[in-house]
Design a protein around this ligand. Sequence first.
Ligand code: SF4
Length: 767
Amino acid sequence: MSEGDEGNFKKPKKGAAGLPAVVASLKHVFGKDGVVRGTKALMGLNQAGGFDCPSCAWPDPDRDRSFAEFCENGAKAVASEAMKRTIGKEFFAEHSVADLMAQTDAWHDEQGRLAEPMVLWEGASHYEPITWDAAFGILAEELRALPSPDQAIFYTSGRASNEAAFLYQLFVRAYGTNNLPDCSNMCHESSGLALKEAIGVGKGTVTMDDFLEAEVILCVGQNPGTNHPRMLSTLEDAVKKGAKLVAINPLKEAGLLGFAHPQHLTGLLGRATALSSTYLQVKVNGDLALFRGLAKALLAAGAEDSDFLKEHTVSYGEYRSLVEATPWPEIEALSGIARADIEKLAGLMAAGGKRVITCWAMGLTQHRNAVATIREIANVHLILGAVGRPGAGLCPVRGHSNVQGDRTVGIFEKMPESFLAALEKQAGVTIPRQHGFDTVNSILAMHEGKAKVFFALGGNFAQATPDSAFTAAALRKCRLTCHVSTKLNRSHLIPGRRALILPCLGRSEQDEGRFVSTENSMGIVQSSEGKLEPAAEDLLSEVDIVALMAETVIGDVGNIRWGWLAEDYDRIRTWIEAVVPGFDNYNERVRQAGGFYLPNAAKERRWNTPDGKAHFSVATMDAFKVQPGRFLLQTLRSHDQFNTTVYGLNDRYRGISGMRDIVFVNPEDLAALGIKPGERIDVTSHWDDGERHLRGFRAIPYEMPRGMAAAYFPEANVLVPVGHVAEGSNTPASKSIEVSLMPANAERKESAGRGAFSKAKEGSVIS
Ligand code: SF4
């Protein structure tokens, strides 16, 4: 580390949570919200009758919730949302857009809650206050002026509740377009597509109880210690009941090695339960080959469930031939895992009742061949008959609290005809049938000038998306950008010709006695009612913002009375019940403690595929290849981050403190490059359309297969071209980036720490 460089790195941890997690949680909560408001927030978090965590989508226990039913990152998420400090006209008068752009993402999050609607007029340097009515007036003016509704983009982040999301999609479709991109396009779209094709439902098939009955649990391309921390309690319970946890991940992650339960004395004293009994450090994007190897070993061992295969599946024969024809050396080369280790794992999976659960996250979904890889996992489960029975199944773990719920109630650019027809009948208005733009196509449409108005219900679009400079340019081409947000973020600072920021209530805040609902990774729909006083008087709920916008832009149409629906969320739920299957007696069941499970046919071995069977896939086994001397880089999160929200500059489990402008590299690779630990390097990604750069980041040695590298997003998103996507799902392939690593160029040393475009110690790269 050179003179003046802040931040530090040391040996990574061998276990997660424990007392440090408690200390970090309380520091964030009491530091940002104060003791009284902070305590009230934590007491309502994930409690029956309380509010759902605005962070990830790991479920609450079906029974016996703990008094502290949250993890460190849930506490950080609530601390960030429940801040007492607010920012309004004075703050924006003091800080120009350019000043704010020079600040870090962590600084943005620390500034406080947005308190009043703000507008950035054309050519202005500072945001100014505006009334709600005037803001909706601008939206109506711009949306009505568009030659076609398809020139407007309506983005959704996974924090939107079922009620807000349903009303939003109803407005967007009544307005006349299906341009409903969402954050799912960038995360589990590949899972949804693969599972829909294989087993007829785009969701996981297990419950929390299944984990307690499982014999083998595979955690693939997932870092639960940071991204789904309460999952560690479930994994600990399963391991203590005899399950074997197998971690499959290029990086050694503390949360997969051990867990010190912070609500157990032993855990507080630092004694961690060992979690994974097998740790396979697969190559980045080597998972398809690994699961092909598992299939090969299982079939060679005669572990297939013949009765299940005969009764429930098709294309087994083709798949079996493909597997038998796949040579082991190729499997070993692409996966980076030895045949013996694969066969050993297959032996484990085939033993006993074959009660196997496979969990995964972005480490699988953000690759070109992501859909094929997830289909391969489904193939292995079909061979074992490990779907639709206790202790067995498929578990994509969602990263955002209601991303699954939003999709269920209509946030999707290509909803099925059955949904559109039911919506049309209920609403009494014509619903468009032409599929809309997903996230990547929305960026392209804005860049090409085909879309001119961008509206976001939550989220931080400019930071979450790939090709940061290209996306920024696309947003700037819009006539209007408008963001419904709780906190300041970088997307606000990349305005169209005019821009609006509409401040909304947080999930933790009271909403005039109304409550919303969300759906977690296991298909449980439950109520969420805020407990805290709103941070500011002039905030509106997401539902009210959508209803008022709709009233102003298109007015009441057909059977739709926006104000009436928003007045009482039971009315919106009644509409959801009428349009979306599985929500019978919605208002009654959502009030039950713990809510209710949505139906999932695959759990009952009923396959909603065109022929009513579960399908094997026969994909070509491949992996992303890089030129000799180059590296395969993946983007990832730090422990002080939730999606694009940065709570701080530490990544405790990986031994990082006070910095984010870093690249993790195998120590032997660094030595081979003649780069010292901590030395500044330039990262260049290589594509058909040219190169992209991340300059002056620090090289941090980290245990992973040779030839691999990793860096945090959003900083590293600048390296990923918008067109680099997963086949079929169009999800940005941010986990497969071909890069070269060089010592930071001397003459560019003075600009150390800069991304391709601007400087910020933390490495935010959009200007
Ligand atoms: S595990 Fe996820 S949902 Fe649960 S408290 Fe932590 S961040 Fe929130």
